[in-house]
Design a protein around this ligand. Structure first.
Ligand SMILES: Nc1ncnc2c1ncn2[C@@H]1O[C@H](COP(=O)(O)OP(=O)(O)OP(=O)(O)O)[C@@H](O)[C@H]1O
Length: 870
């Protein structure tokens, strides 16, 4: 229905009525489905990616293709029509390969974008449900809380200290307070009764009615298109593309110079042109950028299978270089399955039996079940836990589950075990936040229930309840000591207090009631993952908001023993040395997290840091790898993170680092393997011109090598498994270049072997009466077979690998056999002889080629041995 006034200028009730909504029950699911059908999904128009035809044509937009096209033109002009056609065929084949690789990389990344879509909590028929934000329709009742991304334009109906960061919309990053009661006059900027799509809730909570979705939202209005087509650029691919460009230009210049020198020395122009073309085609490392991209994308796909969604491709590279992982405790190292096991109330200690969220079990004192009537403070403590609580206990599929915060869920269960299920209706709430550090609720009988960390609650109390409920002086030291001893048993402690007030505007002086201590067992595989990180030279630090004693005890159980610092300690001394030597940080505020990251980075570390709250966003952004929790993390944290964990599990981080190292290894292996063929081909041609001999290899034959040997033998590197000792060596030094000195030496050695072997052998054969065709075929086969043995050299960067390499990656054998077969066809079939000018070889020639290839393998292994010994 068209309305005269914008929704933020009209009373909430009218808006609800106009949209056919319901302020408490929400829409009926059937109605929502019908509207979704009618109005379309709540998504912004996506910037359409390039169509396949355009993407295919773009493959021709590369220096290599220009060179090849020029080569085809030149050969055609020289009357070599078969050659020209073959070159054009190669051009098309090359474009197809590029197109397929690019599509694969993009598909992997688009799938990731889809996984990162946001969800929203909608109330339909009175039931709260988390649904994909895309399914929201006008009239839907939506609930927001701190950390959420606002999923559509909402007319707010109820708010509770709501503040929203509207920078996505306005560029202004100071959070704006929101209040539905205020009906602003005319100013458009002052729309306090609205929450706009794409903005982030920084504090409080709210409920609102969807008034606009998708392109009709303010965000859609300012025409900001979402670009889901991910870019496949990373610092590394950029560096390599840059490198390829420089090399291309250098080779073209070299080719031109060679041509001119040849002419000046009186050589035939056609032959020199051919040489220049061969040089350009052979020496340009055209395949590198594509292989790097596809290797990264494959790595991303593997990480997803292991529970880590990488949001930015560069993270794959950075991950492998991680030197410190800063992880939080709850849910990451522990299971986030809370069970209250002990209560202290009115100065007495109680134990709670039963496990999990099921309300089966009871409360005992001195081994006997208690009667609540005789333990009034225990009852009050449990009631406070139940009242000051937003979690719900639900029975589902025969088991008990909670909705909401597990800490609060545990309190519902402990109350239920004592037979408590109801408190007077709540009239106001101050939600728990990391600034306030307590939660308070006001109930209709005038009671204020408060819960929070012990230190904070003690600050708010001026007295305590004695065993019979009578007022007694508060013994802070005794309470703190009790909390400390629970902490020592790895229990998480919450303190409870009570007061009376008419409103929550100001907290009244409180009476201390007691403590509840809950068990959150470490994840079974956390200790192993921590050990793996330590073996890999990666420091693990726990950063938690929990009590120091609890943090230390959990830390000890997962292998993070060592120095503990609290937020207060940090405030007194945050020197980088002190931070470096500390493994557990407790009672740390989000701002301190940011300072920790900076301090560690200043000592040269590469930091992966986890976070889940709204306030963690700055630290996640600052960290080299920000890691957000997929299950419990807020949208705010996910938006700032480089990686999102699907299972919130520390092991996933360790595995992602491992994958990152593997991807990096494979890239380096491929580059170390691929470069000598380019350098070798360039050197052979230059040598021939300098020596003034006939061309040892023709452009078409160079193309043949590039299309077969390089492609076929390069394939296994993309799927190479990780070295099994990959997590037993120290992290890569971020300051080191991609190729170390040792690798460069290896590349040069093999280039020299290729030059000496191919040029020398063909020269020798020629002087023993071989035809130019036979000599050229020998050169091609020296390259093919030496690249084959060199592939085995490159399967491991530092150890010899022969059959072991085949066993762990069968593609190695497939590629090797395929290459031999292809070369046999190339050498013996009349068709190939016609097209490529190859010629059959005798057994003696093969033997000499094999000796060169084998010698190359042995020389490289010897060099590796020497380099390792150093
Ligand atoms: N819902 C809540 N209401 C009141 N107090 C809470 C609530 N949740 C946690 N606390 C208290 O605040 C302290 C810190 O909690 P916080 O959630 O910041 O840390 P955490 O989840 O243990 O930390 P991390 O996940 O970083 O390991 C807890 O030790 C507990 O005492």
């Amino acid at each position: 229905m068209a309305t005269a006034l914008a929704p933020y200028r009209r009373p909430a009730g009218d808006v609800v009525r106009d949209l056919g909504g319901d302020a408490s029950q929400g829409l009926a699911p059937a109605e929502a489905a019908a509207r979704l059908e009618r109005e379309g999904p709540n998504t912004l128009p996506v910037a359409r990616g390039r169509g396949p035809v355009v993407r295919f044509l773009l493959q021709f937009n590369s220096p290599l293709i220009y060179v090849l096209l020029a080569a085809a033109a030149v050969t055609a002009l020289l009357g070599e029509h078969v050659d020209a056609i073959v070159i054009l065929g190669v051009v098309v084949a090359n474009a197809i390969v590029g197109f397929v690789q690019e599509s694969r990389a993009e598909k992997a990344l688009t799938a990731l974008a889809a996984m990162a879509r946001t969800t929203a909590v909608a109330v339909r028929d009175g039931v709260r449900r988390r649904i994909p934000a895309a399914d929201l329709v006008r009239g839907d009742l939506v609930e927001l809380e701190a950390g959420d991304k606002v999923p559509a334009d909402l007319r707010l109906l109820r708010t509770d200290e709501l503040a929203v960061d509207e920078s996505a919309l306005t560029g202004e990053s100071v959070p704006v307070a929101k209040d539905p009661a205020e009906l602003p006059e005319v100013s458009l900027a002052d729309r306090t009764a609205m929450a706009f799509s794409g903005t982030l809730v920084t504090a409080g909570r709210a409920a609102g009615l969807v008034v606009a979705t998708g392109a009709d939202t303010e965000l859609g209005g300012i025409d900001r298109l979402v670009h889901t087509t991910a870019t496949v650029q990373t610092p590394l691919t950029r560096k390599i593309t840059q490198f390829s460009k420089v090399v291309t230009v250098a080779i073209l210049v070299l080719a031109a110079v060679t041509f001119v020198i040849g002419i000046l020395r009186g050589r035939d122009a056609t032959e020199m042109l051919t040489a220049a073309v061969a040089l350009a085609v052979g020496a340009i490392p055209e395949g590198l950028p594509a292989v790097v991209t596809i290797t990264l994308a494959l790595g991303v796909a593997r990480m997803v299978r292991r529970g880590a969604i990488v949001r930015h491709l560069p993270a794959v590279e950075t991950l492998g270089g991680t030197t410190v992982i800063c992880t939080d405790k709850t849910g990451t190292l522990t299971q986030n399955q809370m069970t209250v096991t002990a209560v202290t109330a009115g100065g007495r200690d109680y134990t709670v039996t039963g496990t999990g969220y099921a309300p089966d079990g009871g409360i005992e004192c001195g081994g006997r079940a208690v009667d609540l009537a005789e333990h009034p403070v225990l009852k009050e403590t449990l009631l406070t836990g139940l009242g000051c609580n937003d979690a719900q206990l639900v029975e589902k599929d025969g088991g008990w589950q909670i909705t909401g915060d597990p800490t609060e869920g545990a309190l519902v269960t402990s109350a239920a075990k004592a037979g408590l299920g109801r408190v007077p209706a709540r009239t106001a709430t101050q939600p728990f936040s990391s600034e306030r550090r307590y939660m308070a609720t006001l109930h209709e009988d005038g009671t204020v229930y408060v819960k929070g960390p012990v230190e904070r609650i003690l600050e708010l109390c001026d007295g305590a309840a004695g065993p019979g409920g009578e007022p007694v002086p508060l013994d802070r030291a005794a309470v703190a000591a009790r909390a400390e001893s629970y902490g020592g048993e790895a229990l998480r402690v919450l303190a409870f207090a009570r007061g009376r007030a008419a409103t929550l505007d100001e907290l009244p002086p409180l009476t201390f009631l007691g403590l509840q201590a809950m068990l959150d067992p470490p994840r079974p595989d956390a200790a192993q993952a921590v050990r793996t990180c330590h073996d890999a030279g990666i420091q693990v630090k726990m950063i938690t908001g929990d009590h120091a004693a609890t943090a230390a005890a959990i830390g000890a159980r997962v292998g993070l023993g060592g120095t503990v610092m609290t937020g207060a300690d940090l405030a007194a001394d945050d020197s980088p040395e002190r931070i470096r030597d500390t493994t557990v940080f407790a009672r740390v505020s989000p701002e301190q997290k940011l300072r920790l990251v900076r301090a560690l980075q200043s000592s040269g570390h590469v930091i992966a840091m986890t976070g889940d709250g709204v306030n963690d966003a700055p630290a996640l952004k600052q960290a080299d790898i920000g890691v957000a929790m997929g299950r419990t993390g807020t949208d705010a944290a996910k938006e700032s993170a480089d990686m999102v964990l699907t299972e919130d599990d520390f092991t996933s981080i360790e595995r992602a680092v491992e994958e990152g190292r593997g991807v990096f290894d494979n890239l380096v292996k491929f580059i170390v393997w691929a470069l000598p063929s380019n350098i070798g081909l360039g050197l052979v041609l230059v040598a021939a011109i300098v020596a003034g001999t006939a061309l040892p290899i023709l452009p078409l034959q160079v193309l043949w090598l590039n299309m077969t040997a390089v492609l076929v033998l390069g394939l296994p590197f993309a799927v190479e498994p990780k070295d099994e000792h990959i997590m037993r060596r120290p992290p890569r030094d971020p300051a080191l270049p991609l190729l170390t000195r040792a690798m460069t030496t290896r590349i040069l050695l093999v280039s020299a072997i290729l030059l000496a072997g191919s040029f020398g052998l063909q020269h020798w054969e020629r002087s023993h009466g071989a035809s130019p065709e036979v000599a050229q075929t020998i050169v091609v086969n020296v390259f093919a077979l030496t690249l084959l043995t060199y592939m085995f050299n490159c399967l491991s960067l530092d150890r010899p690998l022969l059959w072991g390499g085949v066993r762990r990656n069968p593609w190695v054998a497939v590629s090797a056999l395929a290459l031999v077969a292809i070369q046999v066809l190339y050498t013996y079939t009349p068709f190939m002889n016609d097209v490529f000018g190859s010629a059959p070889l005798d057994a003696a020639a093969w033997a000499r080629i094999a000796v060169i290839a084998a010698a190359s393998y042995l020389l490289v292994e010897t060099l590796k041995l020497v380099q390792r010994a150093r």
